[in-house]
Structures are given as structure tokens and as C-alpha cells.
Design a binder for this molecule. Structure first.
Ligand SMILES: Cc1cc2nc3c(=O)[nH]c(=O)nc-3n(C[C@H](O)[C@H](O)[C@H](O)COP(=O)(O)OP(=O)(O)OC[C@H]3O[C@@H](n4cnc5c(N)ncnc54)[C@H](O)[C@@H]3O)c2cc1C
Length: 286
């Protein structure tokens, strides 16, 4: 339970943090430490340099952009997220209060959750459903990447080692939109064995104009269930169409199997939870 020796550096600015991570291939960023510190104590992670970004206030907080989108700084905690304009999104109101315990929600950060990319984490599913963008900065500049292009594998993302995740951008409020999260949790850890986030926009004649389905806990990384989305976009979601579409929730995915839930059970539950989450999001459309 004692980490390997490391250099500790507290960054005084984003630029300094970028220099520090670029200077050591084995450097790791420390935000809330809720995932990284346990890994270091177990020696599953042994960074040469720990770059503490925890005091960079420029990475904290939530701001409405001129075009109506919501920019959430990487160091925003779960608790801060719910106590902000982001609580407008039903999917976040559903998911965030059930993440970890009070300490995790008060200290764990949005950026830490996304950068860590645990295959069963909840926030990535919500970002996929909302078609959020993830902002990454390096000394070469800033780039934005769709959440759907960010999660690549278990604890693997499209972020380069010299990059810092600085913010997440959520879409602005839109008429006819709704969102929701439903999950089947492992009772002891609270992590999702199957978690499904849904963002929906309904247009004239109740036809679905946009549907984003983010699934976590089922595959080796959070993913968008494109088979479900394409089955429903353009149609009015009736009960039968919904159930048929939801059965595609794990199409093309190698489904996880562990002591908590075998692959067949997870696949079946992915369909059930997806249908429930879509129904809940549709009921919130306004
Ligand atoms: C008891 C417990 C229960 C939990 N339950 C749940 C749960 O039910 N659902 C769930 O989704 N999660 C759960 N978690 C995980 C929790 O959500 C994450 O630990 C937390 O969000 C990570 O944020 P952090 O700021 O603590 O990241 P850290 O631990 O500081 O960092 C995590 C990783 O991200 C990297 N990183 C952090 N910030 C950045 C950045 N801005 N740019 C680049 N890289 C960065 C770090 O280098 C590290 O590799 C639980 C954790 C604990 C301890």
C-alpha cells in the first residue's frame, strides 16, 4: 500500500503543467486523486513525476458559451457539476448522485473520470449520449474531439501523453430535447454492470431527430450504441419499435463477463436498460 518513489510537482499554471508532463514520459497528472492514488498505492501505476494540477482555478467551473453550449472545466467536481446549470441535463441528474460516495463526488473531477476511462464509469456514457466535446491542450495548441472518438479501450483514450484535458463542452438547451440515465449496479461497488445514457431530440410528428445512446459497463470501453440509434432516428418511437431497437444495444461488442454478470446476462440487460432509459428520456422531452 506504499507507492513507489516519485517526483511531486505542483503546477502553477496550465502552461507549466504542460511543460512538466512533456518533460517526463512517465509523468502523470494528479487531479482529485480518487483513481490515481489507489493505483499508485497498489503499484499498478508508478509515475516518475506526479504533476498536481489541483490548484489550477482556470480549469475549474462552468461557463455558458456565447452559442449557448456549456463549458465544464476539467477540475469541476461531481458535486459542483450538480450544483450548476449542468443539472438541466436529466442524464446528469440521474447519473451523478450515484457515483461513488460523498467524498468521491466532492473530490473526484470530471476531467479525472474521463481521462481515466474506466470501462464501467458513468460520466463517459452521459457525454456520449449528449454528443459532448472534449477539449485537449498541449504545448502545440488546443484541439476538440467528440466523446465518441475519445474512448478507445479499457483505460485508453485518444489523449496523447503530452496533452491535458482542460474542459468538456455540453450542447446548449434545445426545444424537444430530453435525456436520462438508467443502470444496473453491482451492489457492493456501485459501479455499473450495465449503464445506459440517452439524449434525444424529438421534432414534428414526434419523429426522433437525434438519438445518442452511451453504454458503459458492457464492453471494454464506453461506446455509442449506433445500431439502436439508427433503428429509431426518423421514426416515432412506439413501444414495439423501441423494444426491437433496444435489442441492438450490444451489437458488434465483445460483451464483458465476470463474477458479477456473465456475457449473456449483460447483453440481455443492456437491451432492457436501454429501452427503459429511452422511455425515461422521451418522457422528459420538453
Ligand atoms: C470508492 C470509489 C467509488 C467510485 N464509484 C464510482 C462509480 O460508481 N462510478 C464512476 O463512474 N466512478 C466511480 N469512481 C471513480 C471516480 O469517478 C474517479 O475516481 C474520479 O472521477 C476520478 O477523478 P479524479 O479527479 O480523482 O482523478 P485522478 O485520480 O486524479 O486521475 C485519474 C486519471 O486521470 C488522469 N487525469 C486526471 N485529470 C486529468 C486531466 N485534466 N488531464 C489529463 N489527465 C488527467 C490522471 O493522470 C489519472 O491517470 C469511484 C471511485 C472511488 C474511490
Amino acid at each position: 500500500m506504499i507507492p513507489a518513489a516519485f517526483d511531486y510537482r505542483r503546477a502553477g499554471s496550465v502552461d507549466e503543467a504542460l511543460q512538466l508532463i512533456a518533460a517526463d514520459d512517465g509523468a502523470k497528472v494528479l487531479a482529485g486523486g480518487q483513481s490515481l492514488l489507489p493505483l499508485m498505492k497498489l503499484r499498478l501505476a508508478s509515475p516518475g513525476t506526479l504533476v498536481d494540477i489541483g490548484r489550477l482555478d482556470e480549469l475549474r467551473g462552468i461557463a455558458r458559451l456565447d452559442d449557448g453550449r456549456l463549458q465544464v472545466g476539467a477540475l469541476t467536481t461531481y458535486a459542483d457539476l450538480l450544483d450548476s446549470a449542468a443539472e438541466h441535463y436529466g442524464v446528469l441528474r440521474d447519473a451523478v448522485p450515484n457515483i461513488g460516495d460523498v467524498q468521491v463526488r466532492n473530490v473526484g473531477t470530471v476531467g479525472g473520470s474521463i481521462a481515466h476511462a474506466d470501462p464501467a464509469s458513468d460520466l463517459p456514457a452521459a457525454l456520449l449520449a449528449l454528443d459532448a466535446e472534449i477539449v485537449l491542450r498541449s504545448s502545440a495548441g488546443t484541439r476538440s474531439i467528440k466523446a465518441s472518438d475519445f474512448f478507445e479501450g479499457p483505460f485508453q483514450t485518444a489523449m496523447r501523453p503530452d496533452e491535458l484535458l482542460t474542459a468538456v463542452i455540453l450542447p446548449g438547451p434545445r426545444d424537444g430535447s430530453g435525456s436520462a440515465y438508467e443502470s444496473l449496479e453491482q451492489p457492493a461497488s456501485g459501479y455499473s454492470m450495465v449503464g445506459v445514457a440517452v439524449g434525444v431530440v424529438v421534432g414534428a410528428g414526434n419523429a426522433i431527430e437525434y438519438l445518442g445512446i452511451g453504454v458503459t459497463g458492457v464492453g471494454d470501453h464506453p461506446y455509442r450504441a449506433s445500431g439502436v440509434e439508427s433503428a429509431l432516428v426518423g421514426a416515432a418511437a412506439t413501444g414495439e419499435a423501441l423494444a426491437a431497437a433496444a435489442s441492438h444495444a450490444a451489437d458488434g461488442i465483445t460483451v464483458n463477463s465476470d463474477i458479477h454478470a456473465g456475457a449473456d446476462y449483460r447483453r440481455a440487460m443492456a437491451a432492457v436498460i436501454t429501452r427503459r432509459a429511452i422511455e425515461k428520456a422521451l418522457a422528459r422531452v420538453g
